[in-house]
Ligand binder design. Structure first.
Ligand code: ZN
Length: 212
């Protein structure tokens, strides 16, 4: 995780986040956002609330992208709650939010064929619509803390409601409207390419590495 943070997250922040917020992209934020993403998978709705069977069966090919989107957003929701309750004592909310924002650029690069990539496209466009971040003329992004909290809450509600209702059509519409990369975003992602920031890195492991 540290290697991913150093070679992908920090360079992305330097390229796309406004200088005054770059210090908020931290390993603490990256680690917690990822860990609570996994915790959030274990919580939430597995069966629809209207006898349509499991959420996975109802949402078919969209089930994974929506579940990944749920885990991201509820993970962040939990971090805010736990900070408020002083259960998490490390880091400021600004760190978790700004690191999350940089993480969207990282994950959108996985592309539409990946559930994580798709979920991040939907969230990017949703956040933009809600004013959770803004982009200046230099193409640098900044997080609006208050609107980010509102967007997290409303997107959490939207996703959980779609899952609870097993609303395939609703998810299909959401993905069709928001699961896209706009021209501006595509151009910004191209800057990451130009800066030679890797999409992902590989942890070499196994018997050969160990010389066995
Ligand atoms: Zn996940």
């Amino acid at each position: 995780m540290r290697a991913k943070f150093d070679t992908i997250m920090l360079p992305i922040a330097n390229e796309l986040i406004v200088p005054e917020q770059r210090n908020n992209v931290t390993f603490t934020g990256f680690f917690a956002n990822t860990m609570f993403h996994e915790v959030a998978h274990g919580l939430g709705i597995k069966n629809t609330l209207n006898n349509k069977g499991t959420v996975r069966q109802s949402l078919k090919e969209h089930a994974s992208a929506l579940e990944e989107g749920k885990a991201d957003i509820l993970g962040l929701y939990m971090i805010r709650q736990l900070l408020d309750k002083k259960v998490i004592t490390e880091g400021k909310l600004e760190e978790y939010y700004t690191t999350f924002m940089a993480g969207i650029f990282r994950s959108v690069r996985f592309g539409a064929s990946s559930a994580h990539g798709k979920a991040n496209m939907v969230r990017f466009n949703y956040f933009q619509e809600k004013g959770a971040f803004s982009r200046n003329e230099q193409g640098l992004y900044s997080v609006n803390m208050e609107k980010m909290s509102e967007a997290i809450d409303s997107l959490s509600k939207l996703i959980l409601t779609l899952q609870g209702n097993g609303d395939y059509q609703g998810v299909d519409d959401l993905v069709a409207q928001k699961g896209v990369i706009t021209e501006t975003l595509a151009a910004d992602l191209a800057r990451l390419e130009t800066a030679n920031i890797p999409v992902d890195i590989v942890f070499k492991q196994g018997k050969k590495v160990l010389g066995l």
